[in-house]
Design a protein. Structure first.
Lengths: 307, 337
């Protein structure tokens, strides 16, 4: 008798907590909360106040989870037609729509309550705008409307570091916008790598992703160009003095690897079928490492400068 | 190939667990030498990597809480703790990358290795708050428990699960073992709470406290978890009655938790079907006894530093022995190491 006996059963009445957890896209949300945390730590010299750190990350985590659940609800029909998403709780019938909607409302409301009452109104407002931006503007409309969907929609995904920043300072600093810019420039090459790999599925459900509408060759070119933009953007923190050379050195190495990936993607074309997905996975690691470097640099650079 | 990767992974985890134990014990030594505020800033010490670089006149005046005089020895203690902890952070990151590389091997654990960098990150932050919140007991105790969590996870990863299923007799110990483990966690919290509130000296005698079995106590004040901003908690702020209540609770806990663990150890030895399981039971009995002996002697000998540090080391061993018993009672599920 071990804990793995009850296998997911579509016929059961109550969804298991795992289904609820899956609705919140815990792995994506973890990366989001991490970028927000980095925003908090970069907002002030030394360490941010413990209260803001705990309540802020909880509020942002709840909001991001809420947006993820809305995404699952809205996309359940197309999810059921794509191999990658067919096993999500809603298309599988492990979760019904009403419960999912209520769950997202509870998550969103508690996030707003927490941020408004115990963090600050600015953070609550910006978080709300990002939530609506992702869950409604992007998922419901942009995604199906234009091949530029993820470029524009990326703005919502780029907000968490700003939200983290305002949690601590109650003010949108130019450096916070720099963090926004990094994630904003990162999203297109990240997402288009996936879109190339999944283009047939996207075409099947009629999603106007860039490779579906304008072809894979143009998408590859766009990926290269956006990665070049990303490289420039990631050097800006050093130029503005927000970050030091520790970050600068790591960022350059990460950028070089990213550029190598996208160059291979561009040059090899369809000769290497695994390349798009490899680029996609690298882009995720890239963002984690880059923000990790920002965090380490915030503390390491001032110390090393005095060695 | 896959077997080799797992063996090597466990070896690194074992090294990490050893390092984590050292970080925890050195951390206790920092606390006991009153060096927790040896560096009033974080992560540097008066803005430097090493306390020897601190120029007393220049740096100290600029530092926060400049009223606190610079003490090279204390600063060194604090920084040694931070150096070793940073090394541990690198090992933990390495394990996470390792687990990612071999994630396709169904026997490669991934959840704990990927959780650990977060735990370490939180520990770094708690270490910073320990300093900036001027040794608030709840934060310092949380920092200790976070360190023990890191150690536990690494130790758990380093243990090779048995391939055979446990016998019915062995399985029957599970509920008791879990109960004893939960009780041990509570007792570890109480131990940290005793130290961070400087409550050990409230009872300088044993088995009596202040010559009595019914000393004056104040439990409400003893377990109030709020804190005042900007207040310096070094040396403790609670009344004698509150400290007595904390110390006394830890003592009662020591008897009850110790007996629970002894019973678990005894049953494990009696019902074990293999020498490995039996050895775990013996380790548990041995560490409980050791921790009792250290605890009593700590009081009788007037709280010498080496015994205080040993009491922390004893707790580390006790925790590891308990986890060893649990690991032996829960062998690997199919496909999950």
């Amino acid at each position: 008798m071990t804990s793995d006996t009850p296998i997911a059963n579509p016929q059961r009445i109550l969804p298991a907590w795992r289904d609820y957890l899956e609705l919140t896209k815990p792995r994506v949300v973890l990366l989001i909360v991490f970028t927000a945390l980095v925003g908090m730590f970069l907002a002030v010299p030394g360490v941010p106040p413990l209260r803001a750190l705990l309540l802020g990350s909880l509020g942002i985590w709840l909001a991001a989870s809420s947006a993820a659940v809305v995404n699952h609800v809205i996309d359940q029909r197309i999810d059921s037609e794509m191999a990658r998403t067919r096993h999500r709780p809603l298309p599988e019938g492990k979760m019904d729509e009403l419960r999912a909607v209520l769950f997202s409302l509870v998550l969103g409301a508690s996030s707003m309550l927490l941020l408004t009452c115990w963090v600050n109104a600015l953070t609550a407002l910006l978080t709300f705008a990002s939530l609506i931006g992702y869950a409604i503007v992007y998922t419901l409309w942009l995604k199906r409307a234009t091949p530029q969907n993820i470029v524009i929609g990326g703005a919502a995904g780029a907000m968490p570091p700003v939200l983290g920043w305002t949690t601590v300072t109650n003010d949108v600093h130019a450096n916070a916008l720099l963090l926004f810019l990094i994630v904003f420039a990162w999203t297109p090459p990240h997402f288009w790598a996936l879109a190339i790999a999944r283009r047939e599925e996207y075409a099947k459900i009629g999603m106007p992703m860039l490779p579906v509408v304008y072809g894979v060759a143009l998408t590859r070119l766009h990926i290269v160009l956006y990665t070049l933009i990303l490289t420039i953007v990631t050097i800006l923190p050093v130029l503005t003095g927000m970050s030091g050379l520790v970050y600068g050195a790591i960022a350059l190495v990460l950028d070089a690897i990213f550029l190598w990936h996208v160059w291979r993607l561009y040059r090899d074309g369809d000769a290497d079928l695994a390349r798009p997905m490899r680029t996609f996975w690298w882009s995720i690691a890239y963002l984690g490492y880059l923000f990790g470097a920002l965090l380490v640099d915030h503390y390491a650079s001032p110390l090393l400068a005095r060695l | 190939m896959t077997v080799d990767s797992l063996v090597s992974f466990r070896r690194w985890a074992r090294f990490g667990a050893l390092l984590a134990a050292i970080v925890v014990i050195v951390g206790a030594w920092v606390r006991l030498t009153n060096a927790g505020l040896g560096c009033p800033d974080w992560p540097g010490c008066y803005g430097h990597v090493h306390p020897a670089q601190v120029v007393a006149q220049v740096d100290v005046a600029k530092a926060p809480y400049a009223a606190r005089p610079f003490d090279y020895q204390k600063a060194l203690h604090e920084m040694v703790h931070r150096y070793i902890a940073t090394t541990l952070g690198l090992v933990v990151l390495g394990l996470a990358v390792y687990a990612w590389r071999y994630r396709r091997n169904p026997r490669q654990p991934t959840a704990i290795p990927w959780l650990l960098p977060w735990v370490i990150g939180a520990q770094g932050a708690l270490g910073a708050y320990t300093v900036t919140l001027l040794l608030t007991p709840l934060v310092v105790t949380a920092h200790l428990l976070g360190g023990l969590t890191t150690l536990s996870l690494l130790w758990w990863l380093s243990l090779t699960p048995e391939s055979r299923s446990p016998t019915a007799a062995e399985r029957s110990i599970r509920p008791l073992a879990l109960l004893a483990f939960a009780a041990l966690l509570a007792q570890l919290f109480l131990g940290g709470w005793t130290s961070t509130n400087y409550a050990a000296v409230a009872c300088p005698d044993f088995p009596t406290c202040q010559g009595s079995y019914h000393p004056a106590t104040d439990f409400t004040e003893a377990f109030r978890f709020s804190h005042e901003a900007g207040k310096d908690y070094e040396g403790g702020v609670l009344s004698l009655a509150a400290r007595t209540a904390i110390h006394y609770t830890h003592r009662i806990g020591a008897v009850m938790v110790g007996l629970l663990l002894l019973l678990t150890g005894l049953l494990t030895i009696i019902r074990a079907r293999s020498s490995k399981v039996r050895a775990a039971g013996m380790a548990l009995i041995g560490t409980v006894t050791l921790q009792w002996v250290i605890g009593m002697n700590l009081i009788w000998q007037g709280f010498p530093l080496w015994l205080g540090t040993s009491h922390n080391a004893g707790a580390v061993l006790l925790l590891c022995a308990t986890l060893l018993v649990l690991r032996r009672l829960w062998p690997a599920r199919d496909g999950v190491a």
